[in-house]
Design a protein around this ligand. Structure first.
Ligand SMILES: Nc1nc2c(ncn2[C@@H]2O[C@H](COP(=O)(O)OP(=O)(O)OP(=O)(O)O)[C@@H](O)[C@H]2O)c(=O)[nH]1
Ligand SMILES: [Mg+2]
Length: 675
């Protein structure tokens, strides 16, 4: 294909793989090959694009998505480096959500481990086509054969090596490119094209023939010509290969060394040739749709990441879903319906924002000063109603309550909310009753890094403890009660009387407040104050100390005084009336039941079921997914899930995932109350 006869293309590639496999090193190497960087940084020195903040330097690992654009001619690839550490896989998932291709990096000296399998499964679950890069071929203990057979076991017959290594370890000098039928040998800072070395020639011919057969089957015409003895061209082969890869029928494999820059140029040109923009599943006006990636279409952007930069402030990172962004434009946020002016869009190169004039479909751009755009938001012309398809969040690995000194409480809350915006694995909420902050983390290390970030960026320290059991109270039957406030303090008094009827309703529904006052017994302007009083008392907690839910409160009578009554007085009387009703009739304690969906390799099914019943879980069904894994649906009390993600990881060799959603409230057994 002639590069000048087509539109420039922009696509995204997510680098995934276990920690230490060399993704961040490869990101820099690809950036050197693609002209974005002059020379690569070093992970140990914290000078790479993808590992340069203080926490990443300290842990010598990537802890968030890092972005960088690279160019092949006019075409662009946005590379997304992701953390390999399991606690930070939320970021890898976020990158896979927008990736057109996943580049699975496997180090030839430590091969395929259970963490490699987990990242492979993340890409599969996201429906992203995969290219494998066997890295670190230069390492002392590099073992290509062992790595290849482990990958064959993982990927199956669709794994298609496009290269063969020349030498290994310190003797690794280059690769044989099977498509081009030539050797690419390292020479100084560049690559020399040479004939295939004589000692590999026989093997190369055989491997090449079977590779070509596997590719040409993807195109009838090509097959016919191939069978008649005609050699397909590189472009023809790569076009069909791209096609087969997009359909998941071929998983191409290439080889190299990120530190030595071997195989990196070839990897870049290959990615450019075979990566195609993926259609995006979304909702339009509530209906499931698949968004086409049309460069000539209407401009649509999707926000997938927020970064709070110490200098630039809040930056939103978008994927250009369709159309082309040119200069400053104003679009509508489909969620809030408010206009957003996009000013000064740029490419993120590591931590740096480099302005761009235009951004085509498939490009990834960052825009500052968009205070109300959140991850998942679509920006488009007015009238479009786009939204992401909903998915239940992953079960937290670890739920903790945070406390801080009185002076710091507010700063801790603001800091954590900011961090949660940036971090796909962190969720923060306020506990309804204790008002304490509760953080849902992806593991002990993630919690540690979160506290480190809090200390460095917001200059506050917080301590953690197990969260309070998430329990609630409701009234056991109907009751009528009065709240009477009558105080004479100096000149002005406080006077308010309210009479309420309190009845139980579905505990999941919000307060039903009914105004049934006749004849102005409670003047109109005080009705809302009574309601506030009732709400306050419910949030403050019932006789047993838990937030109160599931009530219909009917205000049917009361009394006011022309001078001594006030909103404040009626609010207090409202609270008193509710408390009296609860005390009179009594309350029962409820716990929240979560709908849990666990996906595990079928070998772990038995253990997972036993574990769920140990958590007072009720299994409602089991199933199998497309990949043959077991899917268990269960109802489990929320209080039993504080460390579920972590324990599931242990149970399933890191391969289990659980999604949770609130289901309903149910009576809590006595055993829970005495904990
Ligand atoms: N010998 C050799 N070492 C490599 C190569 N690529 C990376 N390394 C080294 O492997 C170590 C880990 O590399 P990283 O690039 O940080 O690995 P990563 O996959 O980004 O790790 P996480 O960020 O934790 O997921 C570093 O010491 C690198 O210098 C390679 O091609 N050859
Ligand atoms: Mg890294």
């Amino acid at each position: 294909m002639d590069a000048t006869s087509r539109h420039p293309k922009a696509r995204t590639v997510a680098l995934i793989g276990r920690t230490g496999s060399g993704k961040t090193t490869l990101l820099d190497a690809l950036c050197v090959a693609g002209g974005t960087l002059e020379r690569p940084g070093r992970v140990e020195e914290g000078t790479t694009l993808g590992g340069n903040d203080p926490e990443e330097r300290k842990h010598v690992a990537s802890l968030k998505i890092a972005l960088a654009p690279v160019w092949v001619g006019e075409d662009e690839l946005t590379l997304l480096d992701t953390p390999g550490l399991v606690d930070f896989h939320g970021e890898a998932e976020r990158a896979l959500d927008v990736a057109d291709v996943a580049l699975l990096v496997v180090a030839a000296d430590d091969g395929v481990t259970s963490d490699t399998v987990v990242t492979w499964e993340l890409a599969r679950a996201a429906g992203v086509p995969v290219v494998v890069f066997v890295n670190a071929m230069d390492a002392e203990r590099a073992d290509f054969e062992a790595t290849l057979s482990a990958l064959e076991a993982l990927v199956g017959p669709s794994l298609a090596p496009l290269e063969m290594p020349i030498g290994a370890g310190p003797d690794f000098t280059g690769v044989v490119d099977l498509l081009a039928d030539e050797a690419l040998v390292r020479a100084g800072d560049g690559v020399r094209h040479e004939p295939v070395p004589a000692d590999l020639a026989d093997l190369e011919q055989r491997v090449r023939a079977s590779l070509l057969e596997a590719i040409v089957v993807g195109d009838d015409q090509l097959t016919e010509r191939y069978l008649e003895g005609e050699q397909p061209t590189m472009d023809e082969l790569e076009a069909v290969l791209g096609h087969l890869m997009s359909e998941g029928r071929i998983v191409p494999l290439t080889i190299g060394s990120a530190t030595r820059g071997v195989g990196v140029d070839r990897l870049l040109t290959l990615l450019d040739e075979i990566a195609e923009s993926r259609p995006i599943p979304a909702l339009e006006r509530g209906e499931p749709v698949t968004l086409a990636r049309d460069p000539a279409g209407e401009l649509v952007l999707r926000a997938f990441k927020v970064i709070v930069d110490p200098y630039v402030g809040r930056i939103v990172v978008f994927e250009v879903v369709s159309g082309t962004l040119r200069g400053d434009v104003t679009l509508v946020n489909c969620r809030t319906r408010s206009e957003e002016r996009l000013h000064g869009a740029g490419h993120l190169v590591g931590a740096k924002l480099v302005p761009v004039e235009s951004a085509p479909t498939g490009d990834v751009i960052a825009v500052a000063k968009l205070a109300s755009v959140q991850v998942g938001d679509y920006l488009a012309a007015r009238g479009r109603e786009l939204a992401p398809r909903p998915s239940a969040p992953l079960a937290p690995a670890l739920t903790v309550a945070l406390s801080a000194s009185e002076a710091d409480v507010e700063k801790v809350a603001t800091g954590l909310h900011r961090l949660a915006e940036e971090d796909a694995s962190l969720r923060v909420r306020a506990d309804a009753l204790s008002r304490r902050l509760v953080a849902e983390c992806a593991g002990e290390l993630h919690l540690q890094v979160t506290l480190e970030r809090l200390a460095r960026r917001f200059n506050v320290t917080a301590s953690t403890e197990p969260p309070a059991a998430p329990l609630f109270e409701t009234i056991v039957g109907s009751a009528e009660a009065e709240g009477r406030l009558k105080k004479q303090t100096g000149g002005h008094g406080q006077f308010a009387v309210v009479n309420v009827r309190v009845e139980p309703i579905d505990p999941a529904s919000p307060l039903e407040f009914v105004d049934a006052v006749v004849g102005g017994a409670v003047p109109r302007q005080y009705i809302d104050a009574v309601r506030h009083g009732v709400e306050k008392a419910m949030a403050h907690g019932g006789p047993k100390g838990y937030p109160v839910v599931g009530l219909r409160v009917t205000l049917y009578d009361g009394r006011a005084h022309s001078v001594d009554s006030s909103e404040q007085a009626f609010e207090t009387a409202g609270s008193m009336a509710l408390r009296n009703a609860l005390d009179q009739r009594g309350t029962s304690v409820l716990e929240r039941i979560m709908a849990v969906e666990v996906t595990v390799p079928s070998a772990s099914l038995g253990e997972v079921m036993t574990d769920l019943s140990g958590r007072r879980g009720r299994v409602v069904g089991t199933d199998q997914d497309d990949e043959g894994r077991a899917v268990v649906r269960a109802q489990v009390p929320e209080g039993e899930l504080a460390r579920y993600g972590l324990e599931l990881r242990t149970l399933s060799g890191g391969r289990g995932r659980a999604r949770v959603e609130p289901s309903h409230l149910a009576p809590a057994p006595a055993s829970v109350l005495t904990r």
